[in-house]
Design a protein. Structure first.
Length: 255
């Protein structure tokens, strides 16, 4: 159990202070970010704001001096097809979470397709390196356990900024535990291999957020308030099935 939690923490650490799910992941364009900026007026219950701002600052420093430089080096070093293959693998490893979340929400047809997508990409797609399933009509969806809780009517609770994991709330924080235990890579028996996969997962996630986080740094006067509002709005939209898989800027990276 302690090993599982340690691996989870390490993965989150590599997502760090973009601190501003995942899950979720994907590059965001300037236009997509501007669209989100116009839709971030959600009221958020934040009784721990003083503490959250301190954690937010810590996460930003970790990202500035460690996480982002590593992600930029990864981006520079590897050719695009290799990076795409790595991203595909981790998207595929998240599919059991999506399938269970859909099942918990009563979306039986979606859940069956999620399982089919995972099976096709794991086998024909060589552990997910190649996204064969999309061409076969099995489109990728983004669901998680926190969304299932929200669909059941469970409220978000207080807003939280988790050390190294970023924006969340009480409901989604509990959901993160479920997300973790449903991802196959966390059951790799060899400690070094499991930790290596966790590190690579974090680097890949941060790499995919490079463009979105740049726009966030340039656009938001109060980054904490912007991330808080956009995270809350994003999660609300996901629970209400309004986003339909639309890529989201860095504010949503934590799920």
């Amino acid at each position: 159990m302690k090993k599982h939690i340690a691996a989870l923490t390490l993965t989150g650490g590599l997502l760090a202070a973009v601190a501003g799910h995942a899950q979720a992941a994907g590059n965001g364009s300037d236009d997509e970010f501007a669209e989100w900026e116009q839709d971030t007026s959600a009221e958020v219950y934040d009784p721990l704001e003083k503490i959250n701002r301190g954690v937010f600052w810590f996460n930003e420093q970790a990202d500035r001096f460690v996480i982002k430089p590593v992600a930029k080096g990864y981006d520079w070093l590897l050719p695009r097809p290799v990076k795409r293959g790595v991203s595909n693998v981790f998207d595929n490893l998240f599919m059991p979470v999506v399938a269970v979340s859909d099942l918990l929400q009563g979306k039986l047809q979606h859940s069956a397709k999620d399982v089919g997508r995972f099976a096709v990409n794991t086998t024909v797609g060589v552990v997910g390196i190649f996204d064969v399933a999309t061409g076969w009509g099995l489109e990728e969806r983004r669901e998680d356990i926190g969304q299932a809780f929200g669909a059941w009517g469970i409220g978000p609770g207080p807003y939280l900024v988790l050390p190294l994991l970023g924006p969340s709330n009480l409901r989604d924080g509990v959901g993160l535990v479920g997300n973790y235990f449903l991802q196959p890579q966390h059951y790799i028996e060899d400690d070094e291999t499991r930790w290596g996969v966790s590190i690579l997962n974090g680097i890949d996630t941060r790499y995919r957020l490079l463009d979105a986080s740049r726009v966030l740094e340039e656009a938001a006067l109060d980054r904490y308030a912007f991330v808080r509002s956009s995270y809350a709005q994003h999660r609300k939209n996901l629970i209400e099935d309004k986003d339909a898989g639309k890529p989201v800027p860095a504010a949503s990276f934590g799920q």
